[in-house]
Each structure stands twice: as structure tokens, then as C-alpha cells.
Design a protein around this ligand. Structure first.
Ligand SMILES: O=C(O)c1ccccc1NCC(=O)[C@H](O)[C@H](O)COP(=O)(O)O
Length: 220
């Protein structure tokens, strides 16, 4: 049974932007954070210069998040220098020392698909003591994010002390249910608000935000 969360506001992160106009619209619609993907091989990968231009389209009080997956240290440094993200998000096998090494708070993505590694909350905290929070995503260890696939939300470890973000296959049609089922700090979506990889759809973004607001007002 979900608990009433009067006055709670689920944070919304929209991810995988490639066009400044989409960034502006996402901010107007109520996104709290905008993600730029720098992972090799991603269909949504952007160069630091492109992300820097999109960052200038951000409204005040909206975070810029830079996503990586086992990128070399110099690439991460260059993104931090050019884009000035307020948060980093690591999807690969990076350890805590690597993630902390850029002087920017970070989220560690935890792969929830395939065989699960030790996802006990205390193991997560011990492996990533410097993490600002965790992002539970549907890919398997070594896989990529942005798949548009969900995972079994019952796999989320109970008793995670840091804020966690739910990701993986969240859409305007399932985000209401997803929030009530998992009570996350925030939700993260890429494929579910797109017309094609990297191209965001205004109607889908609007519908997504409406459904999050509805979930936040929901009382059993
Ligand atoms: O989007 C990508 O292509 C990507 C590649 C490698 C690592 C991470 C990537 N994206 C992460 C995200 O966009 C989200 O954090 C998350 O995976 C949600 O994606 P989706 O299932 O498409 O909503």
C-alpha cells in the first residue's frame, strides 16, 4: 500500500536532449533537470560544444546533468569544463573515487536488468559513499541506458538511505503507477517523451509532467 505524500514533489529529469528548442520547452513544462548523454555509442550522444549551447537554453533553477558510461577521465573533465553541469550521472563500472574526482555531485546508475549484483542497500552505500543518490535503470551490467524498457520495480532494494531516481521505460502512461509503486525521489525518462531518439515531443513531455503532478496529489 502506498503512503500519502502530502506536499511531496517528485523531481522530474528529462534526458537525452539534442536540440536547444526542446530544452527550452522542457523547462517551461516543469522539468527539474535536463540530461545530456556523452556515452560512446549512444544515439543521443552530443559533443561538449553542443551541450554547452543547450545549457544556455536552460531556465533558472533547472539542473544540467551530464551522463557517462566508462568515458575516459579527460572526456569527463572536458565536459565539466565546457558544460558546467550541476550533477554527473555514471552508467558504467566507474568506482566512487572516479565519480567523485570531478568536484561535482554525482548519481550512480545501478543496473537492474539481467542478473543482479549485490544490490543490498548497505552494499550500495559502501561501494558509493560519495554518491548524492542512485538511479535504478533497466539495463544489465555493462549495458546502455535509454532503452525504453522497464524492469521489475519490486527489485528496488528496500531501505536505500539516499535519494533514488527511477528510470527505464517510464512513459506518460505508466509514470503515475510507477511513482505510487516505488515512491522515488525523482523519475527519469528519455525514450518515453520522444518522437525519435534524441528528438523530444512536446505533447508527451506535457502529459508526463501532468501525470507526475497527479501522482503527487494522490491520496489513498
Ligand atoms: O540514452 C542513452 O542512449 C544512454 C546511453 C548510455 C548510458 C545512458 C543512456 N541514457 C540514460 C537515460 O537516458 C536515462 O537515464 C535512462 O536510461 C532512461 O532511459 P529510457 O528507458 O529511454 O527512458
Amino acid at each position: 500500500m502506498s503512503q500519502p505524500r502530502t506536499l511531496f514533489r517528485t523531481r522530474i529529469k528529462f534526458c537525452g536532449f539534442t536540440r536547444p528548442g526542446d530544452v527550452r520547452l522542457a523547462c517551461e513544462l516543469g522539468a527539474d533537470a535536463i540530461g545530456f548523454v556523452f556515452a560512446a555509442g549512444s544515439k543521443r550522444r552530443v559533443a561538449p560544444e553542443e551541450a554547452r549551447a543547450m545549457r544556455q537554453a536552460l531556465a533558472p533553477l533547472v539542473d544540467a546533468v551530464a551522463l557517462f558510461s566508462d568515458n575516459p577521465v579527460d572526456e569527463v573533465r572536458e565536459v565539466v569544463r565546457q558544460v558546467r553541469p550541476s550533477l554527473l550521472q555514471f552508467h558504467g563500472n566507474e568506482d566512487d573515487a572516479f565519480c567523485r574526482g570531478f568536484g561535482v555531485p554525482y548519481l550512480k546508475a545501478i543496473p537492474m536488468g539481467g542478473e543482479l549484483a549485490d544490490q543490498h542497500p548497505s552494499a550500495l552505500h559502501m561501494r558509493y559513499p560519495g554518491a548524492a543518490g542512485f538511479l535504478f535503470d533497466s539495463h544489465a551490467q555493462g549495458g546502455s541506458g535509454g532503452s525504453g524498457k522497464t524492469f521489475d520495480w519490486k527489485r528496488i532494494p528496500v531501505g536505500v538511505q539516499k535519494p533514488f531516481v527511477l528510470a527505464g521505460g517510464i512513459t506518460p502512461d505508466n509514470v503515475f503507477e510507477a511513482i505510487l509503486a516505488t515512491l522515488p525521489w525523482g523519475v527519469d525518462v528519455s525514450s518515453g517523451i520522444e518522437s525519435a531518439p534524441g528528438l523530444k515531443d512536446g505533447d508527451k513531455m506535457r502529459h508526463f509532467v501532468e501525470q507526475v503532478r497527479k501522482a503527487d496529489c494522490h491520496v489513498d
